[in-house]
Design a protein around this ligand. Structure first.
Ligand code: G1P
Length: 292
C-alpha cells in the first residue's frame, strides 16, 4: 500500500527548553523566520503528502492557529498591498488536510504515536518528530522521500539512521543492522543504551515510515518499569522481528531543535540562506570568530 499520510509528534512538554517552551510549544520555536513545524510541514508536502495528523498537547493551540486563517492580518496585508507578506501569511494555511489529535497526558512517544491510530486507518504512514528539521535543499531526494520510496519497494517499515560516537550513542535508539541485498536490515533495536549495551554506532533518528502493525505492537509492549512509559523503540523491535524493518542513511543535514546548540546552529544556517541579511550576518560571524 502506498504511503499517503504523515504524523508529526508535537505534544512534548519541551522541558529542555524552559522557560521558552512554557507556553509556546517547542515545534513553534522559530528557526530564523519560520516556526520549526512549518519546515516539517513543507518537508511532508515536498515528499508528496498532504494528509497530516499533528499530535498536540492540550495547551498547544498555537500550532493549530498557525496553520489556520487569521482574517485581521490577511485583510490588513491585502488592503495595504503587501503582496509578498500576504502570500507568506496565506501559505501557512495551504498545507493540505490537517487533523489535530490531543495527547491528554505526556506519556511518551509510543503513546503519542498511538493517538494517530484512527487517522492512519490501517494504512502505512510517515512519522516525523516535531523537534527535528532536515535541510534537503542541496540533495536530490529528501530522507523522507527516500524512506517512502523504500517502503513502497520493500513493503517493510523504515527508520532514518546516523552514525553516532562516544557519549552520543546513549542519546538515540541504537540499531543492530546488517546489509542484505544493498539495504540495511534491522535485527534488533534498543532505546538509548549505555555504551556497553549498544549494538553499533548506528543511531535511529526522527523520520520513519511505519506499517500500521506498529499500533498493535505498541499496545502489546510492556511499559518500562521505572517510568511507566512504553518506548516506541520496543514496538519497532517487534516490527523488526516479525515484519521487517530497514534503516536508511541520508545525506542532508539534520538539526535537533530540542538541543540548545542544535537550535542555534539551525538559526545561523537558515539565516545565512537569506539574501537580504546574509552578508551582514557573515561580517558579524567573521568578526566574532576573531574574538573566539
Ligand atoms: C526519540 C526516540 C529515540 C530517537 C530520538 C531521536 O528520543 O525515542 O529512539 O533516537 O528521538 O530522533 P527523544 O530524543 O525524543 O528522547
Amino acid at each position: 500500500m502506498k504511503v499517503k499520510k504523515a504524523v508529526i509528534t508535537a505534544a512534548g512538554l519541551g522541558t529542555r527548553f524552559l522557560p521558552a517552551t512554557k507556553i509556546v510549544p517547542k515545534p513553534m520555536l522559530p528557526v530564523f523566520d519560520k516556526p520549526t513545524i512549518q519546515y516539517i510541514m513543507e518537508e511532508i508536502n515536498d515528499a508528496g503528502i498532504s494528509d497530516v495528523a499533528i499530535i498536540i498537547s492540550p495547551n498547544s493551540t498555537d500550532i493549530k492557529r498557525h496553520f489556520s486563517e487569521y482574517p485581521l492580518l490577511e485583510k490588513n496585508l491585502k488592503e495595504t498591498g503587501k503582496k509578498e507578506l500576504y502570500d507568506i501569511a496565506m501559505k501557512t494555511r495551504s498545507f493540505g488536510n490537517i487533523t489535530y489529535v490531543v495527547q491528554e497526558k505526556p506519556t511518551g512517544l509510543a503513546d503519542a504515536v498511538l493517538c494517530a491510530e484512527s487517522f492512519a486507518g490501517g494504512e502505512p504512514f510517515a512519522l516525523l518528530m516535531g523537534d527535528e528539521i532536515y535541510d534537503y535543499s542541496s540533495v536530490k531526494t529528501s530522507c523522507l522521500k527516500k524512506l517512502i520510496n523504500e517502503y513502497d519497494e520493500t513493503g517493510a517499515s523504515q527508520v532514518n539512521t546516523i552514525n553516532v560516537f562516544g557519549d552520543d550513542v546513549s542519546k538515540y535508539g541504537n540499531l543492530d543492522a546488517e546489509y542484505e541485498g544493498g539495504r540495511l536490515k534491522v535485527k534488533n533495536i534498543i532505546e538509548k543504551p549505555s555504551l556497553s549495551e549498544a549494538f553499533s554506532n548506528l543511531g535511529s533518528v526522527g523520520r520513519y515510515v511505519l506499517s500500521p502493525k506498529v499500533f498493535d505492537y505498541i499496545k502489546s509492549t510492556r511499559p518500562e518499569t521505572s517510568s511507566g512509559e512504553v518506548y516506541l523503540t520496543d514496538a519497532l523491535k517487534a516490527l523488526a522481528e516479525n515484519d521487517g524493518l530497514y534503516a536508511c542513511e541520508f545525506d542532508e543535514k539534520r538539526y535537533d531543535i530540542g538541543d540548545k546548540a542544535g537550535y542555534i546552529e539551525a538559526n545561523v544556517d537558515f539565516a545565512l540562506k537569506n539574501e537580504k541579511i546574509k552578508e551582514e550576518l557573515k561580517d558579524y560571524l567573521k568578526s566574532l570568530s576573531e574574538k573566539l
